[in-house]
Write a protein that binds this ligand. Structure first.
Ligand code: APR
Length: 233
């Protein structure tokens, strides 16, 4: 394997699947059980905030019963051992990458364990259930707290920083994402324009499979450690 110096990694729900976290578009996935328009849009939150809080409260509570898997651990090992730079961009709102030890990490779709106040704009660590009565710890107004999660129709976080890193990378690896949701699904094209080698590691070919120079299909807990070994060898 050639020597790379700047790696950008994109992960999606598939990297957490073997930890027991549901993915979205599998036939029995999250969006087969609940309509994303009711729980993952600003309109859905305005319509029925209690329903949205219940949806995220259940997923936040679920974090206590799942652990990072070998794929999360391999990416943390890559960050520690790689001589160049690694930036991990995740679409996931779980905390498994942090718990595995990754720190150069961007949650472009936000995080389950944070709250955002729609009144004062402040963000807060939040590990308990959230509801509309909770006053914001900063502005003390009630009725404005929402999960600090990027909903459909909202702008993902830190897009400038992500695009700048992709423009400079020489290796782009996409792991466990179906390539259905933009802007994340467009990152591989940006990486190709930067001249990077592009790799897809996924259970099955994604929507963007034709854009990748290299692809390996199977379980993330097998593919990711093996790939990290190759990069570090
Ligand atoms: N190992 C590797 N890949 C897996 C595994 C596994 N064990 N299990 C599932 N996958 C793959 C699936 O084949 C699928 O391509 O992970 C991908 C998961 O795709 P989605 O469920 O669509 O999740 P994701 O791509 O992360 O969704 C992107 O959509 O709903 C929004 O905001 C939400 O961040 C999410 C975004």
């Amino acid at each position: 394997m050639p020597r790379y110096s700047r790696i950008v990694i994109l992960t999606g729900a598939g990297i957490s699947a073997e930890s027991g976290v549901d993915t979205f578009r599998a036939k029995d996935g999250i969006w087969s059980k609940v309509d994303y328009r009711d729980v993952a849009t600003p309109q859905g939150f305005a319509r029925d905030p209690d329903r949205v809080h219940a949806f995220y409260n259940s997923r936040r509570r679920g974090l206590a019963s799942v652990e990072p898997n070998a794929a999360h651990a391999a990416l943390a090992r890559l960050e520690r051992a790689f001589a160049g730079t690694v930036l991990l961009v995740t679409q996931n709102i779980d905390d498994l990458h942090e718990r595995a030890g990754s720190s150069r990490l961007i949650h472009m779709h936000g995080e389950l364990v944070r709250a955002l106040c729609a009144n004062c704009g402040q963000r807060h660590e939040w590990s308990d259930d959230m509801d509309t009565d909770h006053p914001c710890p900063t502005c003390h107004s009630a009725g404005f707290l929402r999960p600090d999660v990027v909903w459909f129709g909202e702008m993902p976080y830190q897009m400038e920083r992500i695009s700048a890193a992709i423009a400079l990378c020489d290796l782009f690896v996409s792991i466990g994402t179906s390539g259905n949701v933009y802007p994340a699904a467009g990152f591989v094209e940006e990486a190709k324009m930067a001249g990077a080698h592009t790799v897809e590691l996924n259970l099955e070919p994604s929507e963007g499979r034709s854009h990748f120079a290299e692809a390996h299909y199977g379980l993330a807990t097998e593919l990711v450690p093996a790939f990290v070994d190759r990069v570090l060898s």
